[in-house]
Design a protein around this ligand. Structure first.
Ligand SMILES: [Zn+2]
Length: 232
């Protein structure tokens, strides 16, 4: 199994959205880092980045991306075309995690059922995080309920709190277990200091999810937006 941490560039946001009650007014260049997993039978992509934001969103977030940081160029570096991707795992359906979903016509998309349902009718306080045209693009969704063993090495682990149906991904290795946290821990400090994210569906669940990830043995973590961690 080959693992490659890719890029879809960066987008700016107020850093307080990543850490609850901290960093108000500080602009952070958040990394976007889909993970490519080349397994025996499948080519799997965890997250699809942010793609191109509509005008109304560009007022609040600036995308910074060199041509070779675009997701398609990144896949190409590893001899992979979008059509080759057979499985996509979205940790959740916030716009910065499913922006290129429509680019993968041959993939099945594994998302928690609750997340998919909620994305169509979010509460007022989470509305801006979901962009219907990003996830509702005639795609082959496989709604998952709870913990789900995708292959004998890859397990989807429910980690709600940041969003209603957030999931993280455990990739079992011989020496270490790689954990793709998603927005359960967008930065290293979320996990290491047990600081919950600033965007929340439920704060108590967010903390439980961080503790669930911390309890995984021999873990190496990938933080969804940490711009100081660009390699695995
Ligand atoms: Zn999110």
């Amino acid at each position: 199994m080959e693992l490659h941490l890719l890029s879809d560039g960066y987008f700016t946001l107020d850093k307080s959205l990543l850490v609850y009650t901290k960093y108000q007014g500080q602009i952070y260049e958040a990394a976007l880092k889909p993970l490519l997993i080349i397994a025996d039978k499948e080519k799997i992509l965890v997250e699809t980045g942010i793609g191109e934001l509509p005008e109304t969103y560009r007022k609040f977030h600036t995308i910074k991306r060199k041509p070779d940081q675009a997701l398609k160029a990144q896949l190409q570096k590893h001899g992979t075309k979008p059509e080759d991707i057979t499985l996509v795992i979205n940790t959740h359906l916030h716009f910065d995690h499913c922006g290129n979903n429509a680019s993968f016509p041959n993939a099945k998309f594994y998302v928690q059922a609750e997340e998919l349902r909620y994305a169509y009718a979010p509460d007022r306080f989470q509305k801006a995080a979901y962009l219907k045209k990003f996830f509702d693009a005639n795609l082959d969704y496989v709604p998952v309920r709870g913990k789900y063993r995708l292959t004998d090495k890859i397990v989807l682990i429910p980690t709600p709190g940041h969003s209603i149906g957030h999931q993280s991904v455990l990739i079992k290795g011989e020496r270490k277990n790689l954990v793709y946290c998603g927005d359960a821990a967008p930065l290293r400090e979320n996990l290491e200091k047990r600081n919950i994210p600033g965007v929340l569906y439920r704060a108590d669940q967010a903390l439980k999810s961080i503790d669930k990830l911390r309890s995984i043995k021999n873990a190496a973590y990938i933080y969804s937006h940490d711009n100081e961690q660009l390699q695995i």
